[in-house]
Design a protein around this ligand. Sequence first.
Ligand SMILES: Nc1nc2c(ncn2[C@@H]2O[C@H](COP(=O)(O)OP(=O)(O)O)[C@@H](O)[C@H]2O)c(=O)[nH]1
Ligand SMILES: [Mg+2]
Length: 171
Amino acid sequence: MSKRNRAMMIGSIGAGKSTLTQALLGHEAKAVKTQTLNYEDWIVDTPGEYTENPMFYKNIMATSFEVTHVLFIQDAAKKKVIFPPGFSTGLNKLPIGVVTKSDDEQADLSRAVKQLKKVIPKGPIIMTSAIEGKGLDLIRELVACNSLQEMREYVEKAENEAVIFNETLYK
Ligand SMILES: Nc1nc2c(ncn2[C@@H]2O[C@H](COP(=O)(O)OP(=O)(O)O)[C@@H](O)[C@H]2O)c(=O)[nH]1
Ligand SMILES: [Mg+2]
């Protein structure tokens, strides 16, 4: 991991941000409700309320200045999307879409990827499961990248079906 690169997790309450944070850091999952910003190593975990309530967008904006990447977390088992369309373009940081809980029996991966494509018009989208340890290396590798172009090249070389690079072309 490039030492200066850091990632912020955003997404709804219960989307799996904290579980994913602990899995990425190789920690035992601890069931703690994140009430405030949680700085751990290269990850900033945020409370789901920050993303669910637009009143807190200013907190997301302010915290984004401290990181290189923003991870947009979408639960594969949830129909609901809480991110506004194009949200990633409003934060001037490298975006990574992360679908969580791919192991869940209710998971609908194609729906979740489609949902994140609307949130991230340009950027990678990874399908993960913190429980199975799936997709964690992909997240680490993409957070080590320093530009959209570098992330795109990584995804192309990876030839891994758990990651795509979205580029929505507007007509
Ligand atoms: N099946 C499954 N459940 C998960 C996974 N990751 C998290 N969860 C569950 O989802 C719930 C919310 O997780 P949490 O990390 O607290 O979400 P947060 O509010 O976004 O931080 C917990 O019950 C977790 O056990 C996963 O990869 N697979
Ligand atoms: Mg949490």
